[in-house]
Design a protein around this ligand. Structure first.
Ligand SMILES: Nc1nc2c(c(=O)[nH]1)N[C@H]1C(S)=C(S)[C@@H](COP(=O)(O)OP(=O)(O)OC[C@H]3O[C@@H](n4cnc5c(N)ncnc54)[C@H](O)[C@@H]3O)O[C@H]1N2
Ligand code: MOO
Length: 434
């Protein structure tokens, strides 16, 4: 499907538009990057922001959350606000790397005792002595090597084998010294980071917490069980949002469902206890689209008001005086997903203290037609050949993205793109090394 099919070209304004608003010409943000405006001013096709600018503005629209001290269990998914520094040497003592015998000098040796991984009393070996050890046990003072069980022969108390100096001993401090930095600030606390923090003896971490994200799905026509039919549309956005939010590293509140009702939307916006609020299905300028009037009524500052991308062009980002952000997701389900990945992910990452991720460039076998003025976001599977378009990429469809790994970001242009940046569909994924 070409860019001008289902998605449609930018339509000329049909007498409803006033032309680009002051300071917003040529698709650039006004000074300060935002405009507060009433709802009855329709967005002009040329006044929407370029896709990259919208992402950057969304990232710049907020600040990292205040660092907090968290137990390790509570810290998962947060971001290190300070470097991870080991308070002590790791390992703290020389430890056996094998089950076997710690020995001193050349064999044969006389077996004089046993040290287990949980033994605390210090043991000392004299020349010609051995002590059985388990993996992780503190190596006795004076031991010169560890001989593995399978490399040793024990007859009575006489042990025979080959003691290679230093063999199978993990030296104190070989992983890190006391005071050494293991990781810088800005690293996501994932399971290996938690394990590393525990292994160096930390009980708490200072982290930028996970932002709380509320989700409001609007639409009189929406149903939550069974198929769509005349007058009923199965909600396909509500089921996507919690997983998208969680994968972006934020905390997802249960989805709220609202009818197309301005007062209810205003109430929901006022009462949402979250740093960021997602609202789907009210982003256009039809009679049932209450997002902009509600934001205007609440004095919110509109930072992004339409983006030159397909799908997802009616997306919006606004900020309340208390700093809470609102992301307006278009009602068409793929458009909602595209908007979340554009401005939603950018804002959440900033709240987490993370940069916008750099997007890997991949070849597109066979090429993809460019849209003359808008960035196309096209479902692709990432293969060794590059980004392979999957089709079914219309804004109301999820079939293409459900089978995709990424959206190919096809910059506007007159012809065809033979390469594109990759926007991962999993917002927690690291960029591809294609
Ligand atoms: N006159 C114009 N009409 C529309 C324009 C436009 O520029 N001028 N843009 C179109 C585009 S593009 C999009 S995207 C939508 C955005 O509309 P809204 O965000 O106001 O959403 P709705 O009108 O409520 O819904 C649009 C469409 O999506 C269906 N929908 C809504 N929510 C869900 C959901 N949770 N799950 C599944 N499907 C959903 C809804 O039934 C509509 O079919 O506006 C276009 N119109
Ligand atoms: O194409 Mo709309 O842009 O479905 O968001």
């Amino acid at each position: 499907m070409g860019p001008a099919d289902e998605e449609g070209p930018d339509r000329p304004c049909r007498g409803r538009c006033r032309g680009p608003r002051p300071g917003r010409g040529a698709g650039r943000p006004a000074a300060g990057g935002h405009v507060t405006q009433p709802h009855d001013v329709p967005r002009h096709a040329e006044a929407v922001l370029p896709w990259d600018v919208a992402r950057e503005l969304a990232h710049a629209a907020t600040t990292p959350l205040k660092p907090v001290s968290r137990t390790l269990a509570e810290a998962e998914g947060a971001v290190l606000a300070t470097p991870l520094v080991s308070p002590g040497a790791v390992p703290p003592v020389d430890r056996s790397a094998m089950d076997g015998y710690a020995v001193r000098g050349a064999g044969p040796w006389r077996l004089v005792g046993h040290v287990g991984a949980a033994s605390r009393a210090p043991v000392e070996l004299a020349d010609g002595e051995a002590c059985s050890v388990t993996t992780g046990a503190a190596v006795p003072i004076g031991a010169t090597s560890v001989v593995r069980d399978e490399d040793a022969t024990l007859v009575g108390e006489l042990l025979q084998g080959r003691g290679e100096p230093g063999r199978h001993i993990r030296r104190a401090g070989e992983e890190c010294r006391a005071g050494e930095q293991l990781l810088p600030a800005g690293v996501v606390v994932d399971p290996p980071v938690l394990g590393a923090a525990a292994s160096v003896g930390l009980n708490r971490l200072t982290v930028v917490p996970r932002p709380r994200v509320a989700a409001i799905v609007t639409g009189d026509e929406l149903v939550h069980r069974g198929p769509s039919g005349p007058g009923r549309v199965r909600d396909a956005i509500g089921p996507m949002l919690p997983g998208l939010v969680t994968r972006t590293g934020a905390l997802a509140a249960p989805v709220t469902h609202l009818a197309d009702d301005r007062a209810a939307l205003v109430d929901a916006l006022l009462s949402a206890d979250a740093e960021l609020i997602l609202i789907s299905g009210s982003s256009a300028s039809g009679p049932a689209d209450h997002l902009r009037p509600a934001l205007f009524a609440l004095g919110a500052e509109l930072i992004v008001d339409g983006v030159a991308c397909r799908p997802g062009h009616p997306q919006a980002l606004a900020r309340f005086a208390d700093g809470r952000l609102v992301v307006g997701l278009p009602g068409n389900p793929f458009a909602a997903l595209a908007a979340f990945l554009t401005v939603g992910v950018a804002a959440i990452r900033r709240m987490r203290g993370l940069p916008l991720p750099a997007l890997t460039v991949a070849p597109v076998p066979g090429g993809l037609p460019c849209h003359p003025r808008s960035t196309r976001l096209v479902p692709v599977r990432v293969t060794t050949q590059g980004a392979v378009p999957l089709g079914h990429g219309g804004s109301a469809m999820l079939r293409g993205v459900a089978a995709a790994d990424a959206l190919a970001v096809v910059d506007p242009g007159p012809a065809e793109a033979i390469a594109a940046r990759l926007l991962p569909l999993d917002p927690g994924a690291r960029p591809w090394g294609v």
